[in-house]
Design a protein around this ligand. Structure first.
Ligand code: SF4
Length: 336
């Protein structure tokens, strides 16, 4: 039986911004794929290149001072270098995006319903009444109470959680096969966050959509994603099935991110371990492993840029597995 081709295949994608007469790489040779109905989590700290990767794929970085190379094929169609006119047909209809702050994504002067109706009518030959019926149904599907009335409200009249549900409804309005969710729960309190994650998890069953979930929160990834890609300073640190990565992270950065998740059960630690320091600015990125200044396992070999190698079902950019050195043990936090 032939395996199904991935929906999105990204190969060696690099994004550089010109500054002071030279191009500074922000994202470097990032490769990954997303299959049908898969949820892939892209995780990393601020500045790791997660959002830039997503925006490059969506054709949202279109400026003369930006150079995008490599390949991103969506259903076999090359997106790198695709003219904006072609992107306009694709965005919203085939790939849609959910942003962190729906307040800035919605226009404040139109009602939520009007904006979703317009999105539907931009891609489909539906009457105003037909579009509104779909809008109301989508809002209801997303758990918005009294969807007919809510459709006539302005963004500022809704709570953060309702706005995010409305944003997801708008993203789903044309049945896209892929949804890119950029930090969709960061601005929400934990209860609403859990409800939105539930919603995202169910999209593949209810709408057949794949999801690219961008987050800095390993807890969110653990609850939601099938596969995980960890980015550090614009490069892939580790990628693989979520289950394998959570059971045995192969990169010290992944291990440190996992150690900083509060345990759901058992005694509460007095203090969660944190990663000292911060990621290097793109102009100050070391030529070897960019994580070396913060890594407890750094040694002389780390001055070379570690290639991405296979380690079981994972791919990891670290010299430890190659050298047969022990992988980072999980830290057990001090218990109060
Ligand atoms: Fe740490 Fe070296 Fe691995 Fe980088 S290559 S993560 S510095 S052990």
């Amino acid at each position: 039986m032939r395996a199904e081709a991935p929906l999105l295949e990204v190969h060696d994608l690099s994004v550089s911004f010109r500054s002071r007469g030279r191009y500074i790489p922000i994202v470097e040779k990032v490769s990954f794929s997303v299959g049908s109905r898969e949820i892939l989590g892209i995780v990393g700290e601020s500045g790791s290149g997660k959002s830039v990767t997503a925006m490059a794929i969506m054709g949202l970085i279109d400026a003369p001072d930006v150079k995008i190379t490599g390949s991103a094929r969506f259903r076999g169609q090359e997106l790198v270098g695709l003219p904006q006119k072609a992107f306009r047909h694709l965005r919203g209809r085939d790939i849609a995006m959910i942003f962190q702050d729906p307040m800035t994504a919605f226009t404040p002067v139109y009602t939520i319903g009007w904006q979703i109706d317009e999105q539907i009518r931009a891609h489909e030959a539906l009457s105003k009444t037909g579009a509104r019926a779909r809008t109301v149904q989508l809002l209801g599907d997303m758990g918005v109470p009294d969807p007919e009335r809510t459709a006539n409200r302005y963004p500022h009249q809704l709570s953060g959680g309702l706005r995010q549900r409305a944003m997801i409804a708008m993203a789903l309005s044309c049945n896209p096969v892929m949804l890119i969710a950029d930090e969709p729960t960061t601005a929400l309190d934990v209860t609403v966050q859990a409800q939105i994650l539930d919603l995202l998890r169910n999209l593949r069953h209810n709408y057949g959509s794949s999801v690219l979930l961008i987050t800095h929160d390993m807890g969110v990834v653990a609850e939601t994603c099938d596969n995980v890609m960890v980015l550090y300073s614009g490069r892939v640190a580790e990628r693989g099935p979520g289950e394998a990565i959570f059971a045995q992270p192969a990169h010290p950065y992944t291990a440190a991110l996992l150690d900083s998740i509060p345990p759901l059960t058992g005694p509460r630690p007095a203090r969660l371990p944190s990663i000292a320091g911060s990621p290097p600015a793109p102009l100050e990125r070391p030529s070897g492993c960019a994580f070396a200044p913060r890594c407890h396992y750094a040694h002389e070999s780390c001055v070379m840029l570690p290639p991405l190698i296979s380690y079981g079902s994972q791919d990891v950019a670290c010299v430890l597995p190659v050298e047969g050195r022990p992988l980072p043990p999980r830290v057990v936090a001090d218990v109060a």
